[in-house]
Design a protein around this ligand. Structure first.
Ligand code: ADP
Ligand code: ASP
Ligand code: MG
Length: 814
């Protein structure tokens, strides 16, 4: 015999029930037991409606109306008109009884567990009857059997315990006598010894099917549901999760116990004893192979087979000096919980015996706290034990696999992955079977934790980076284009999956949890919400994605002040904005410290020399033990442009104007011409070489006349340049006489930094510097006379964007 079970979604509506029929028409076995759940959503609705009724809230009638309607519609759509009336009248009479039961709950204002089971059983009773009639009308040799006449339990309503002796006997008698090919049975429902309706716990239809399969030594138990098997993680939360083709009973049990809802945990026990294989199949994709659960799969060479989680967990801790060395405390503790029927999901006890800590379901907390405090009232009054300590809003994540015990380092990998993503671990337990490692974490971190762990253990090292980009002007726009172009390559060659989740300019911002379409980001942004940098941060924080990176392409001081918020949440920061690193030394230090503390890289390669790898090289020199003696550099693309074009046949004014018009200077050209921009850059290099320095300590011999420096508008500035043309011509002449060229040079030596215009003679490394190129000479202990030179385009949107991109890739390899 074969047993098939169809879950709520599989029978949610006439269209789906037709799929079920097709699957059943393909069965060649002589005997098939078909266990069905209530129509999707009906169990929840019955429970909600009965709660409302017992609260004497008349809106329960609305719920009842919906329940009636859904069943009547199913009959009308599924059953041929000529056979409808008999079926309708049976269903209507059942619905009348249901109505009477709800009225009862309403009038006495109470819902006993016994009444609740009676009410909720109508979900399965109605669905199985209607489906059976439909199958008959479609020509199947089908019959209906009420599971309450086969499965006998105690009277622990809501989650009753099966009496297997009686149940197996009844099943044997029934199936032996039955002559039909297909027997349709309601899942979930059973009856007590005294004949009252009981239920087997939420999700219990799986269990019904397993009980029947085991009683008949079935060939196979098929669980038909809405996913193609047991996945490496809940596919609703982890998009990359994959169905596992083979898994052992123990692994499946462990995964389902830790929250893989696809299989109700008690289901496995009865079939495991008889070694009946379970196959999980998808009603909506019957061709998929699904998951085969059998005795031993040897893990197919895999250590971790799945990751699951249980939400809504609370931790209770009992601690106090009176617990040390005194036997029997744990026994009393667990006895108390057991008497209250509270199941303990996780236990940890420190070897000091100073405390016991357990994880239970949130809904049991009040009951548990009261019972424990009562049980230890004497010790509590003597200060030997503290009143029980409660922490709520937690969840358990668990790694599961038969072969985990023979592999070292898995828990280390698990905890470092969680740690890197700022997921705080509240408690840890490793099952004695070593088939699972569980960690208790905040409920809000579950999705991030599952995805990070999944990436680490299942995704063949493809790492997803989630980018949040602020500033999409020249540089930002180029950066987004470059990502769009390179995504495929990065995924295939570097195993990096880059997604841009949020973008913002000063006017609007937009988010897409699955990644913004980079072909269309301009329109998406234009139609976004009003920009707000605090809301932007809050959104990044609440999305709580693993491997998040905040990218600052602005020149805004305000934005640069938000970096600590990101870093403290383990969100990396990549920026071309120079303000943070050139502001107060204490702020720069704080950012560096946070980056280290929270394991979140803070990278700003583009602060000096755009895309040139200047800071990265400096870091490598220092990390490998070298010491910087001197730095000499030309770091301003704008000033280079100006002095490369200035001579005695043009005016200084015109050259600066041209530089401004062609985008080589900041909108306010004094920032470049005064040397401030260069001061910031040499400051950053000095700091990165390990020196404590502030901008005020940098000597700046400005070549601009004082009057030009003190202007307060662009217009006044340009006028003053005209007024001082002769002094600029003088500078040029002096350089020409000395067969030199004018270059704006930054220098750092012996703890001192200075910037200024210099006459560079022929033969010097700086003499032939073209256009807007930058050059840096590092004189170090290893390069004392011949410096290490980095030279190339040091300005422009394209190269700056590529420098930001390089920082992102560095984070990917971190
Ligand atoms: P049914 O109504 O068919 O019994 P359930 O809703 O009880 O279906 O179980 C199927 C659901 O279990 C899936 O839709 C999925 O959301 C959830 N689920 C959780 N963890 C897993 C997992 N590891 N593999 C597959 N499904 C899972
Ligand atoms: N209908 C019940 C529930 O929703 C049992 C089941 O579907 O397995 O919990
Ligand atoms: Mg289920």
């Amino acid at each position: 015999m074969k047993v098939l079970k169809f879950g709520g979604t599989s029978v949610a509506n006439p269209e789906n029930i037709n799929r079920v029929k097709k699957i059943l028409l393909n069965q060649s076995e002589k005997k098939v037991a078909v266990v069905v759940s209530a129509f999707g959503g009906i169990t929840d609705l019955l429970l909600k409606t009965s709660q409302l009724a017992s609260n004497q809230d008349t809106t329960y009638k609305k719920g009842l109306g919906e329940i009636e309607e859904q069943h009547i519609i199913a009959i009308k759509e599924l059953i041929p008109v000529k056979s409808q009336s008999a079926i309708l009248s049976k269903v209507k009479s059942d619905l009348n009884v249901l109505e009477t039961l709800l009225e009862g709950a309403f009038s006495i204002g109470e819902l006993t567990p016994k009444l609740s089971d009676k009410i909720v059983s109508y979900g399965e009773l109605l669905s199985s009857f209607i489906i059976c009639e439909f199958l008959k009308s479609e020509g199947l040799d089908a019959t209906f059997k009420d599971s309450r006449q086969l499965i006998i339990t105690d009277n622990a309503y809501g989650k009753a315990n099966v009496d297997f002796n009686k149940t197996n006997q009844l099943c044997n008698d029934y199936f032996k006598a039955n002559q039909h090919q297909t027997i349709v049975l309601p899942g979930f429902v059973a009856s007590s010894n005294s004949g009252d309706t009981t239920t087997l716990g939420r999700g219990g239809s799986d269990y019904t099917a397993a009980i029947i399969a085991a009683s008949q030594n079935g060939d196979v138990l098929e669980i038909w549901t809405d996913v193609s098997g047991m996945f490496t993680a809940n596919p609703k939360l982890v998009k990359q999760a994959k169905s596992v083709s083979h898994i052992s009973y123990e692994e499946a049990m462990e995964l389902s116990h830790f929250g893989a809802k696809v299989l109700y945990p008690p289901t496995i026990q009865p079939v495991l004893n008889k070694e009946i294989p379970i196959i999980i199949k998808n009603t909506f994709k019957p061709e998929d192979i699904g998951t085969h659960i059998t005795k031993n799969t040897n893990g197919n060479g895999k250590t971790v087979r799945g990751i699951s989680h249980v939400a809504n967990i609370s931790l209770l801790s009992l601690e106090g000096p009176g617990m040390i060395g005194i036997p029997g405390i744990s026994k009393r503790f667990f006895e108390t919980l057991s008497l209250e029927n509270i199941s303990v999901v996780l236990i940890t006890q420190a070897s000091s015996e100073h405390s016991i800590c357990i994880g239970i379901s949130d809904e049991d907390v009040d009951k548990a706290v009261k019972a424990i405090n009562d049980a230890f009232a004497y010790e509590i009054s003597n200060n030997k034990i503290k009143p029980v300590i409660v922490e709520t809003d937690l969840a358990i994540v668990a790694l599961v696999g038969d072969n985990m015990k023979s592999h070292q380092g898995l828990s280390g990998k698990m905890f470092s992955t969680l740690g890197k993503n700022n997921v705080n671990i509240r408690a840890i337990a490793q099952g004695a079977s070593e088939r699972n490692i569980s960690a208790v974490i905040k409920k809000a971190d579950v999705k991030k934790a599952l995805n990070s762990l999944h990436e680490e253990f299942f995704e063949e090292n493809i790492k997803q980076l989630n980018l949040f980009v602020m500033g999409v002007g020249n540089v930002g726009a180029k950066f987004l284009d470059q990502i769009a172009q390179q995504r495929k390559y990065l995924k295939e060659e570097l195993k990096l999956n880059l997604r841009v989740i949020g973008i913002s300019n000063s006017r609007t911002m937009a988010f897409n949890e699955n990644g913004i379409d980079l072909e269309d980001w301009k329109t998406i942004l234009a139609n976004g919400k009003k920009a707000d940098k605090d809301v932007f941060f809050k959104t990044v924080e609440s999305l709580n994605y693993r491997n998040s990176v905040f990218v600052d392409n602005t020149a805004s001081e305000e934005v640069s002040q938000s970096y600590p918020n990101y870093l403290k949440n383990s969100i990396s920061v990549v920026t071309c904005n120079k303000i943070a690193c050139s502001s107060d030394y204490t702020y720069y230090q704080e950012l560096k410290k946070l980056a280290k503390q929270y394991n979140s890289p803070f990278l700003f390669e583009t602060n000096v020399g755009a895309g040139l790898p200047i800071i990265d090289t400096l870091k490598h020199l220092i990390a490998s033990g070298d010491k910087i003696n001197k730095i000499q550099a030309v770091l301003s693309g704008s000033l280079n442009f100006v002095f490369n074009n200035f001579n005695d046949s043009v005016t200084f004014h015109d050259v600066v104007k041209q530089a401004q018009e062609e985008g080589y200077t900041e909108p306010d050209p004094t920032i470049d011409l005064s040397g401030i921009d260069v001061m910031r850059k040499i400051l950053i290099l000095a700091r990165e070489s390990g020196n404590q320095l502030d901008i005020e300590q940098i000597e700046n011999e400005s070549f601009l006349p004082k009057e030009s420096l003190e202007t307060n508008s662009n217009e006044a500035f340009f006028t003053s340049l005209k007024d001082h043309e002769s002094s600029f011509q003088k500078l040029f002449k002096e350089a020409q006489d000395a067969e030199s060229k004018l270059k704006y040079v930054a220098q750092f030596e012996n703890g001192k930094a200075k910037v200024g215009l210099q006459k560079i003679p022929k033969g010097h490394d700086f003499y032939n510097l073209e256009g807007s190129d930058n050059i840096v000479l590092f004189y170090t202990e290893r390069y004392p006379n011949q410096p290490m030179i980095i030279k190339g385009a040091g300005a422009g949107a394209e190269v700056t964007a590529s420098g930001i991109f390089a920082d992102i890739i560095r984070i990917g390899n971190f």
